[in-house]
Write a protein that binds this ligand. Structure first.
Ligand SMILES: Cc1cc2nc3c(=O)[nH]c(=O)nc-3n(C[C@H](O)[C@H](O)[C@H](O)COP(=O)(O)OP(=O)(O)OC[C@H]3O[C@@H](n4cnc5c(N)ncnc54)[C@H](O)[C@@H]3O)c2cc1C
Length: 535
């Protein structure tokens, strides 16, 4: 296995060491920043308030893509950059990031074949290829109606005008985030989850103002001072809360947009590739993406002004997505078919006040405050590496460190070295890469760990043990929602398995019988709430 990822020793280092950089936030942006900084030789720490990727980074559409639709918004630079980054992460994490073909059906309008629409789509797909899509080694192609129906036999054939196939990529977002954080740890970074920044430490104000010299961090109920010459705020939709600790007031720089996904049994959709489905009513598209025995559909994109923690997928969100899917299906699906949901908030930069959130840019921004706090906001999962490089460039400048530049372009992520692409479809190889053998070793030592973790899903019990021993999982939700994605696929099955999973990880986590019962009850209650909100 590649390097230890041990919370106990990391907490000890947080208490005792002085750091060059303290990263706040363990989503994909913060993890990327920690990796970039550590790879440059900076003494780096990262603290995450809950679990890694527990914010937006576990709730995305899981696409590593240029964003075909951003071409419509004339965001050529964003698409170019994202397609460049898509290739970097395909190379650096080939075990986790997979090329995925997408069917782009061109629909008839009111029963009329619109040849102009079909030509426009073809032109847009050429533009995508030229903007960088070709880097993936395949270009888009026209597909016949027969081909389209072969890829998705549930399509209403009579609604089709034609189709195209384009190529993008997909990754398990929470695992990608975790693997970036673990790679940062192999480069010497100190990484701790369940550690929340509650205050910033500053020097006495001199004539040129106070400088930030670290943060006060709540870890397991105890508050400690972490000393760092620079603090990087990578807290996604929460950035304004951390900026308020620095600047004294909420700058309102973020306009959150909610996006939900729903999961359906694959055999109700039977798509062997993903599909991009137009939603005529509001000039958007939704993705229909196969994921093992399931298919997920998303996303919505709506204004959001509720609490930032745990946004809900509502019955209206489910109805919107089913409506979009049913518009192209022969047999309509209904809410009782839904097996899982997830809702996340896009950390979009406040743009034109009146623009709808779906039209706001996915670009990122880096800002350095007068006290030296670097804030990195906006962006996409796909562009995390670029965001991180820009943030660390700004930090290095403020630290007066010679600009060595980012070295992450060709930096393999944990699990990727020696990974055989031919093993891509194997469940463990596609999740752990070259560490799959370490999971299998657990099964060799105890064959009962080869049994399913959640009946009906492909995860093994050994994966839960691996998660608590080597991936810093601390709660049932960490194991069932992010180290594995059981809850996203089949929440009722995850809820039913909760007691067995808790018993399996209890001794590693030092849980008493009372703690086991409390964890199980809390986990089941949160699933009950989620189910109630969406029905
Ligand atoms: C519905 C949806 C679909 C998307 N689909 C895609 C896609 O397919 N492809 C793509 O490229 N992008 C996609 N995105 C965008 C992408 O998911 C986000 O840009 C990205 O995950 C943001 O990551 P982040 O690290 O900036 O934020 P987050 O993942 O939210 O991380 C911020 C972290 O900071 C932590 N934190 C907050 N306050 C503190 C504190 N005081 N102390 C310590 N930690 C703190 C939080 O707990 C959180 O974990 C999607 C977004 C949404 C909402």
């Amino acid at each position: 296995m590649t390097g230890e990822f041990d919370r106990g020793s990391a907490v000890r280092r947080l208490r005792s060491d002085d750091f060059d950089v303290l990263v706040v936030g363990g989503g994909i942006t913060g993890a990327g920043v920690a990796l970039d900084a550590a790879a440059r030789g900076l003494r780096t720490a990262l603290v995450e308030r809950h679990d890694f990727a527990s914010g937006t980074s576990s709730k995305s559409s899981k696409l590593v893509h240029g964003g075909f639709r951003y071409l419509q918004q004339r965001e050529f630079r964003l698409v170019y950059e994202a397609l460049y980054e898509r290739q970097r992460v395909l190379n650096n994490a080939p075990h986790l990031v997979h090329v995925l073909p997408f069917l782009v059906p061109v629909l008839q309008h009111g029963g009329v074949i619109d040849r102009r629409l079909s030509r426009l789509m073809g032109t847009a797909l050429w533009a995508y290829d030229i903007t960088g899509g070709l880097r993936i080694g395949k270009r888009h192609a026209r597909a016949s109606i027969d081909d389209a129906v072969a890829h998705m036999p549930t399509l209403a054939r009579e609604r089709l005008n034609g189709a195209y196939v384009l190529y993008d990529a997909q990754a398990d977002d929470a695992r990608l985030t975790l693997v970036i954080a673990r790679t940062a740890a192999t480069r010497g970074a100190t990484i701790v989850n369940y550690a929340s920044v509650v205050e910033l430490l500053k020097t006495e104000p001199l004539h040129d103002g106070a400088r930030v010299v670290g943060a006060r961090v709540n870890i397991d109920g105890e508050v400690i001072d972490v000393r760092a010459r620079c603090v990087i705020n990578a807290t996604g939709v929460w950035v304004d809360d951390v900026r308020a600790l620095d600047e004294g007031e909420q700058p309102a720089s973020i306009r959150p947009a909610k996006g939900v996904h729903i999961t359906l049994p694959w055999d109700k959709v039977r798509n062997d590739i993903a599909a991009i489905v137009p939603v005529a009513a509001d000039n958007r598209t939704v993705f229909v993406v196969p994921w093992g025995d399931f298919t997920y559909v998303g996303t919505t994109d709506t204004e959001y002004d509720g609490p930032l923690d745990d946004p809900a997928c509502t019955a209206a969100d489910v109805a919107y997505l089913l409506g979009a899917l049913n518009a192209i299906m022969r047999e309509p699906l209904d809410p009782t078919d839904v097996t899982g949901t997830w809702a996340g908030l896009r950390p979009l930069l406040t743009g034109a006040r009146r623009a709808r959130t779906a039209d706001l840019s996915r670009r990122h921004a880096v800002r350095v405050s007068p006290s030296g706090v670097v804030t990195v906001t906006g962006g996409k999962l796909t562009t995390y590496r670029r965001m991180a490089a820009d943030a660390v460039d700004a930090a290095a400048k403020s630290l007066g460190v010679p600009a060595s530049g980012s070295s992450t372009k060709r930096l393999p992520l944990v699990g990727s070295e020696g990974f055989e692409a031919s093993a891509e479809h194997d469940h463990l190889a596609g999740r752990y890469g070259n560490e799959a053998s370490a999971v299998l070793d657990l099964v060799r030592q105890d064959p009962s760990l080869g049994e399913p973790l959640v009946p009906g899903l492909p995860y093994l019990k050994a994966e839960a043990r691996f998660a608590v021993r080597h991936e810093m999982a601390r709660t049932l939700s960490d194991v069932l929602d992010r180290r594995t994605r059981a809850r996203l696929l089949a929440r009722d099955a995850a809820s039913a398995a909760a007691a067995d999973v808790a018993a399996l990880v209890a001794s590693d986590l030092g849980w008493s019988d009372e703690q086991v019962a409390a964890e199980v009850a809390a986990y089941r209650a949160s699933i009950d709430t989620e189910r109630g909100q969406s029905s």
